[in-house]
Write a protein that binds this ligand. Structure first.
Ligand code: NAP
Length: 300
């Protein structure tokens, strides 16, 4: 594995997620205010954290903080290590039935032996603001309106912001998880890219990646995608987030051939949380019958 080296980056090459995420959060704040003005109700996100994984606790805290920053309420449900699937499902059902809760986020990974899929499926689609249910994924595949999984939706927004041409492009997604690689591949297909979805059994991965106009790494292995795999001029999106603020792409190696590349941190990560908050505001508006059209482009 290459050791990281310091490189001088050209800001024009970086797909910076922070300003776009900020705009999205500003828009969410406007939506929250409009909903409160129309109904007197404060949009509310319930976060469910099971067990004592430190990283998960940090992520949940960050999400709760972002909620409060835009004037939303967050309800924290914390369950001990050893919680069973049935107990978790019972908690989710309570939130599902609670009309003051508009979005439900179950922080994952959930500790074994909980059946994550069973827990996710207990979230009603209208409150599935993190896009984890099979019903949501089905809608995403078909290109129907949905609160899609936040990381892939955030990536699509980032690609649009930087005017990356997807129509006719060859995109390679590495990773096929139900919350990231799979929905992202569908979104790219719906944007008229030709997509290859790779995973741990894929043969000759480097030679597949070498042909890609757009490379998306969602693997979970630090600096997995090597600079030598990247075609000159390719757009590289690193969804990875590993210990030590390291992505799934060898940034230093990929920077030179890439025409655009996301930094880690500051690329995909901020877009994920901002998308979650934005979708929670939209979910509240839908459940409360508030039309947000009047907010215009800035609030959407
Ligand atoms: P995951 O569920 O563990 O899935 C990883 C995927 O990578 C699997 O499909 C796996 O293939 C594939 N893979 C593993 N080793 C591989 C190899 N040697 N060659 C090719 N493919 C390989 O992970 P995830 O939840 O999708 O997350 C992926 C990355 O995104 C992680 O770094 C995670 O931290 C990050 N992430 C970031 C955010 C954010 O907000 N920035 C949010 C979510 C996740 P198989 O299916 O064959 O096992």
């Amino acid at each position: 594995m290459n050791e990281p080296r310091t490189i001088v980056t050209n800001p024009a090459k970086l797909m910076d997620g922070r300003p776009l995420a900020r705009r999205l959060l500003d828009g969410a704040r406007a939506k929250v205010e409009a909903i409160r003005a129309a109904t007197g109700v404060t949009p509310t996100l319930a976060t469910v954290l099971v067990g004592d994984d430190r990283a998960s606790a940090v992520y949940v805290r960050m999400k709760r903080r972002r909620c409060e920053e835009v004037g939303m309420k967050s309800v924290a449900v914390e369950l001990p290590q050893g919680t069973t699937t049935d107990e978790l499902v019972a908690e989710i059902r309570k939130l599902a039935a609670d009309p003051t809760v508009h979005g439900i986020l179950v922080q994952h990974p959930v500790p074994a032996p909980i059946d994550k899929r069973v827990a996710f499926e207990a979230i009603p689609i209208e409150k599935d603001v993190d896009g984890v249910t099979s019903a949501t994924l089905g809608r995403v595949i078909l290109g129907l309106p949905a609160f899609a999984s936040c990381t892939p939706k955030g990536i699509m927004r980032l690609l649009a912001e930087y005017r990356v041409q997807l129509d006719g492009a060859y995109a390679v997604v590495i990773g096929r998880s139900p919350i990231l690689g799979r929905p992202l591949a569908s979104m790219l297909i719906n944007a008229h890219a030709t997509v290859t979805l790779c995973h741990s059994r894929t043969r000759s991965l480097p030679s597949i990646v070498r042909n890609a106009d757009v490379v998306i790494a969602a693997v979970g292995h630090p600096r997995f995608v090597q600079g030598g795999w990247i075609k000159t001029g390719a757009v590289v999106v690193d969804a990875g987030y590993n210990e030590g603020n390291v992505g799934d792409v060898d940034f230093e190696g990929a920077y030179e051939p890439a025409s655009l590349i996301t930094p880690v941190p500051g690329g995909v990560g901020p877009m994920t949380i901002a998308t979650l908050i934005d979708q929670t505001a939209d979910a509240a508006a839908l459940q409360l019958g508030v039309r947000l059209d009047a907010l215009g482009a800035a609030g959407r």
